[in-house]
Design a protein around this ligand. Sequence first.
Ligand SMILES: [Zn+2]
Length: 408
Amino acid sequence: MREELNLTRRLLIKGIVATCLLSITRVGFAAPTQILAARVWPSSTYTRITLESNVKLTYKHFTMNNPDRIVVDVDNVSLNPVLKKLQSQLFKDDPYIKTLRVAQYDPQTIRLVIGLKQGVKPHLFTSQPIAEFKNRLVIDLYPSNPKAVDDDPLLALLEEYNKGSLTEKPTNVATSTTKKSNKVVVMLDPGHGGEDPGAIGYKKTREKDVVLQIARRVRNLLKSESQIKVYMTRNEDVFLPLKVRVAKARAQRADLFISIHADAFASRSVNGSSVFSLSTRGASSSAASYLAQTQNEADEIGGVSRSGDKYLDNTILDLVQKTTLSNGVLLGTSILNRMKKVNKMHKPSIEKAGFAVLKAPDIPSVLVETAFISNPAEEQKLKTADFQNKVSKAIVEGIKDYIKKRKN
Ligand SMILES: [Zn+2]
């Protein structure tokens, strides 16, 4: 066994050396590096700048004062129309960026100068091509002195995540210090966001937008329930890694977690709502396994740095408690029974799959596929206030049914 392992390792190292040699010899003939797209994603949590290129970018960055700015030099790149347009994407009300300039610094280097409105901690990384994205250089700007907003642990959790130190028990993050009241804490999780649009409908409706609208409607309804306290993982168009969503639910001591989606399927004719709970074994159907797989890619699509991500799925799966799982099924079934009255169900009962976002070991968690955005009729419905309200009411009634029946 040990021999075999060593052999695999040696082959792997050989492979890496070969790949390196190959890339060195190819340099002379390679197509010039080109920036294919450049985007700015402002949010109150953090602002992200993304440069997309045909090959992996090499770069360095440093900060300068008076005025405060961050300088990013990108090697082997020429200024092109895509880069020239970057500054026009800057929003006047971006919380972090005051000015954005790109110039050819020397024949081999372009220089990006980001003028700042407040103290910022930059986090830069590159990510590999995935889905329709090519190589990306990501520049995330986090506030260095975040304002305390409603004891929201999100920024602290993102910081731990970026350092690769977000474990199953966030250490440096103050979990909600207020004594746990008798209220049931609900964490709503609108899927996707920012660089990750989620599924896109035939008429270009983006999943990330409709699920945020639905989650806000659910939140507004829950706010008037005296026995419930409601939070959201995101309440703006921002990308959050899956594990940060789970960690936020744990930090705020959520009693239940509801991830809201409207995904696509390979065939446009597929329609109906579905409710999923976590499976520690396999998926209950091929569609369930397909959806879990596409959902679990959200981190790669949204763009995360993989520097020592210790929050591994298997350790979490081992921790998943039986009561959490059975309460998850009870919560899902309660929601499904209410959803039945407002939309056709894709499957008559709750489905199971290994969704990463459902893996909090102590919080019953479900994922609601409100409808298929890939189905033209459902895409149309998903955009209407009427359907959004009906789905939201069904989710709320389902939550209330569950609270009456749950096992402690
Ligand atoms: Zn989704």
